[in-house]
Design a protein around this ligand. Structure first.
Ligand SMILES: [Zn+2]
Ligand SMILES: [Zn+2]
Length: 221
């Protein structure tokens, strides 16, 4: 599986086109402007990709700016965990709170949860439910190539934010990292919602939120 990353909008949010055998999925359309949208369209057209699925790791405002545009262009809605539905319905309120504007995304009609799969080309994504930063955060795991698109759960050297956002839980976030992501194995490359890609092994060894007792939070906290 080829993973092409783009970084868009004032929040520096990653958008991913994953493809294999001429088929693609688009994950987190963070494009906030027509020129950002065009970058993604050009990549898809240049590589002659057929877009099979439009996917969201979660529905915070910085990850959904391009939903309306790509839904119209590729004739389908974005698939998301059901717990994110309200964020999409309230996209304009989310945008107002951050002082930005959004073309309201169509409300999804297909929802994904742990245990579901998404296929394109020769790839089968396993879905992991990884709440904490957002109640319906999900990760897309290609076990065959040891690659995963993980949203705002685990970053290079950091973890997803839980302050100043609705329906967050630090203990839930830590459980998602330790019980869902770390078991993917040290060789797995993760592509987060912000910042560069990294590996589970690198974060297990160097991420202060995983190595330092100061930051460690158990499920009892
Ligand atoms: Zn987020
Ligand atoms: Zn984000």
């Amino acid at each position: 599986m080829t993973v092409q990353s783009f970084t868009f909008n004032a929040f520096m949010t990653n958008c991913y086109v994953c493809h294999d055998g001429g088929e693609a999925v688009l994950i987190d359309p963070s494009c906030a402007t027509a020129s950002e949208q065009q970058h993604v369209v050009e990549y898809i057209d240049e590589h002659e990709l057929t877009v099979r699925h439009l996917l969201l790791t979660h529905a915070h405002i910085d990850h959904i700016f391009g939903c309306a545009f790509f839904s119209a262009r590729y004739g389908q809605r974005f698939q998301v965990h059901a717990a994110e539905r309200a964020f999409i319905e309230q996209a304009e309120e989310q945008a107002q709170a951050f002082g930005v504007q959004i073309d309201p995304p169509p409300v999804p009609d297909t929802f994904l949860d742990e245990g579901d799969t998404v296929t394109f080309g020769g790839v089968t994504f396993d879905i992991l439910h990884t709440p904490g930063h957002s109640p319906g955060s999900i990760c897309f795991v290609d076990a065959a190539s040891d690659q995963a698109i993980t949203g705002d759960v685990l970053f290079q050297g950091s973890i997803g934010r839980v302050q100043g956002l609705p329906q967050t839980s630090r203990p839930q976030l830590m459980a998602s990292i330790t019980e869902k992501l770390l078991p993917l194995g040290d060789e797995t490359t993760i592509y987060p919602g912000h910042g560069p890609s990294t590996t589970i092994g690198h974060e297990r060894q160097h991420n202060p939120f995983l190595t330092s007792d100061e930051f460690r939070v158990t499920k009892d906290d």
